[in-house]
Design a protein around this ligand. Structure first.
Ligand SMILES: Nc1nc2c(ncn2[C@@H]2O[C@H](COP(=O)(O)OP(=O)(O)OP(=O)(O)O)[C@@H](O)[C@H]2O)c(=O)[nH]1
Ligand SMILES: [Mg+2]
Length: 451
């Protein structure tokens, strides 16, 4: 993962575009630059140059910018070639660079290798590196803003502040360890417990923010399940605002899963419409129903849809058995427009909607946001990943334990200090200060090539 050779990749997305960027990063790119353009380039200036192939034929006229280490994205020398954005053309530019950079060891970059170098050269920390990938993958405006905030270091800063507070507390505790007779007084005098309570409070608010950030980044897997003909596909179409799934009056219309992503108040919702659940001899339908169950097993939230005429036959209990742990089920009764007997005809707690005319759908959206724990757009929101949540959770467990040792007073100071140290370790993993060996490879391998 930490090779020293110069690397090259197309930095822009595949496909045709006005401009396509090829980027090279390495310890010293003067040799490669000279081989490409027969001269050295002044740093940070746009140079209009011609790149030629081995026969002297023009490949492209392009703008080249040379960034000298450490003032570049990677912290190494970077040569950025802004070419015309044709896929074949960019391949030719890459090929020519690799030919001429051969003596300098130029190789094609691995996914995320530019960002990895930026991280290793202390240009950004790990949470910021992840924010770059999240910014590129952001699925809503709110996610873009959250990722940009994380990239600017807002998340890392709060983590570092917390680490610093724990460090101060540890210094106090550990400096008292040598004087065991003063343990009890120490806790009082140093206001250790008050300070610990403050740490806990901050950690808790970081966890709340990170949970929201994870929803912003990953969105919610929302599965529409229920008996045939209750209106699952109609609800999908209503939520999507277009006819993505086929709707007919025939039970068993949907066979395969139909997926559509929407955003509700900036929260990405990946909605999966499934085949209606029932016993069937039809082989194709049975396969579709198997897939419905697969979707239910991976859901963050299941909407269990019924209509006033459908019979449930223990379907809800069956769904409850298959759900992943902690996955909520929201019961929704559809076809409210057909309920002529008044509201008493529908179960009291259930949400009533009409996929046909849209009644109750806005309330349903609000209910969905409430159930997944979305607190609404927050000032200073960041994006976060499962990894961050896990680290915060571990840190929180150790802080809770340290609290118990602090409360015990006598002879517990060493354990108190140890728990603080462990909490700090987990927080440090978020920004990459303290990382298990295998984690870097895992994180950066998920990046796209050229980043
Ligand atoms: N009156 C009324 N009819 C509805 C409503 N929603 C759906 N329908 C009708 O109910 C029938 C079935 O709708 P679908 O959306 O295909 O139902 P489904 O749950 O996807 O059915 P399967 O794919 O077979 O499992 C269609 O004739 C729809 O027009 C509603 O809110 N009111
Ligand atoms: Mg359907």
């Amino acid at each position: 993962m930490t090779r020293k050779l110069p690397i090259i990749a197309i930095a822009t997305a595949p496909g045709r575009a006005g401009v396509g960027v090829v980027r090279i990063s390495g310890h010293n790119l003067k040799g490669i630059t000279k081989a490409l353009f027969q001269k050295e380039l002044s740093p940070r200036q746009a140079n209009l140059l011609t790149l030629r192939d081995a026969d002297g034929q023009t490949i492209d006229q392009l703008v080249a910018i040379y960034f000298v280490a450490p003032a570049s994205f990677t912290g190494e020398d970077v040569l950025e070639l802004q070419c015309h954005g044709g896929p074949q053309l960019l391949e030719l530019v890459m090929k020519r660079c690799l030919e001429l950079g051969k003596n300098d060891g130029l190789v094609i970059a691995e996914p995320g290798e530019f960002t990895l170098r930026a991280y290793l050269n202390n240009k950004i920390d790990l949470a910021q590196a992840e924010a770059i990938a999240d910014l590129i993958d952001a699925q809503s405006e709110a996610a873009v803003r959250g990722a940009a905030r994380s990239l600017r270091g807002a998340f890392s800063e709060s983590i570092n502040d917390l680490i610093e507070e724990i460090t101060q507390l540890r210094i106090l505790v550990e400096s008292t360890l040598d004087f065991p007779e003063e343990e009890i007084e120490f806790l009082e005098n140093a206001q250790a417990r008050t300070r610990l309570a403050a740490v806990k409070e901050k950690l808790e608010s970081l966890r709340v923010g990170a949970r929201q950030g994870k929803i912003l980044r990953d969105g919610i897997q929302l599965v529409l399940a229920g008996a045939p003909n209750v209106g699952k596909s109609s609800l999908l179409n209503r939520l999507a605002g277009e006819e993505v799934a086929i709707v007919t009056a025939i039970a068993g219309t949907t066979r395969d899963r139909v997926k559509e992503s929407i955003t509700i108040e900036g929260v990405p919702m990946h909605i999966i419409d499934t085949a209606g659940l029932r016993e069937t001899d039809d082989l194709v339908e049975a396969k579709g129903i198997e897939r419905s169950w697969d979707a239910i097993r991976l859901a963050d939230l299941v909407i269990f849809l019924t209509d006033p005429n459908s019979t449930e036959d223990g379907l809800k209990e069956q769904i409850l058995r298959e759900l992943p742990p902690k996955c909520p089920v929201l019961e929704v009764v559809n076809k409210s427009d057909l309920i002529s007997l008044g509201p008493t005809a529908a179960p009291k707690q259930a949400i009533l909607i009409s996929a046909k005319n849209g009644d109750g759908v806005d309330a349903l959206k609000q209910k969905i946001l409430e159930i997944v724990g979305w607190n609404g757009p927050q000032e200073g929101a960041i994006v976060a990943r499962r990894r961050h949540l896990d680290c915060l959770e571990r840190a929180s467990e150790h802080i809770t334990r340290s609290e118990q040792f602090a409360a015990n007073g006598n002879n517990s100071l060493e354990l108190f200090a140890e728990e603080l140290f462990l909490a700090q370790n987990h927080l440090g993993q978020i920004t990459g200060k303290l990382l298990p060996d295998d984690l870097l490879g895992k994180i950066f391998s998920q990046f796209c090539i050229g980043k």
